[in-house]
Design a protein around this ligand. Sequence first.
Ligand code: F6P
Length: 341
Amino acid sequence: MRIGVLTSGGDCPGLNAVIRSVVHRAVVDHGDEVIGFRDGWKGLLECDYLKLDLDAVGGILARGGTILGSSRVQPSHLRDGVERAKGHVEELGLDAIIPIGGEGTLKAARLMSDSGLPVVGVPKTIDNDIAVTDVTFGFDTAVGVATEALDRLKTTAESHQRVLVVEVMGRHTGWIALHSGMAAGAHAIVVPERPFDIEELTRRVGERFEAGKRFAIVVAAEGAKPRPGTMEFDEGGKDIYGHERFAGIARQLSVELEGRLGKEARPVILGHVQRGGTPTAYDRVLATRFGWHAVEAVHRGEFGQMTALRGTDIVMVPLAEAVETLKTVPDERYEEAETVL
Ligand code: F6P
């Protein structure tokens, strides 16, 4: 068989582990040929690719990012994008395409599959918000990075008797905020799923200082918002791909808390550091398993599906289901965290 692989959307620790696993399983075990498109769907649209053999994937397991490069370009962005991509798949004699990506990429994968292309998707996102899989690789790494940062920030916050508002990634969901906040023992967590009440947040942080504590750490997912009308708030806008460009929850919240509490507050934005660097062992294993199962699905002819983790098993789920809804933080998970803040 001849298989094409691509990584699309925001990068994520573990992408290289998937690529490596696909090549090992396909080339070594099945005698297939694998090619990798450069910079996501863009590579397929422009027929820009490289041959992936064992040498090409040597030593990449622990490397962050993606050796193939990534972009947010999708076939649907161009008028003739889908037709052009289909033409290149035919021209290159490909029996399957394995796109590795998040919400946008999986939507594009579904579109390509509906147009008749043999597609098997692999989900990735540090945000962990893809509903049909228990976990996505990259999340564990991102939570680890954020937790380490929070641990470090506690000591400097305490020295200066400050409130630190730490912004973590999570456009639509607060999984990284919830897990890193719980792991590091933050004092408040705000997530997009539950618009926060600024009065209540101020009271919670203020009570810590009244009780003699010298600092407070607030973890804020970048997409968190106040309840409408409760505080002046700039939500920001959208980028050229329709993705949110937030005006900055950490900056706005630290100004607000400083004003209300009369305590020094500072914003800290962790940003892309959460996406960079080497994946954790957990993410490497999950990514490797996803790659292995994607190749197996190709050989079984199970197209229009994607790999997913259910419990400890890897299963295949229809791409159509994968992109229906996002996995948001349920109320109960938030309440569990609140008890120990
Ligand atoms: O991968 C998803 C994500 O991590 C979001 O949480 C974040 O908003 C976004 O990527 C930022 O990506 P970029 O700045 O690369 O567009």
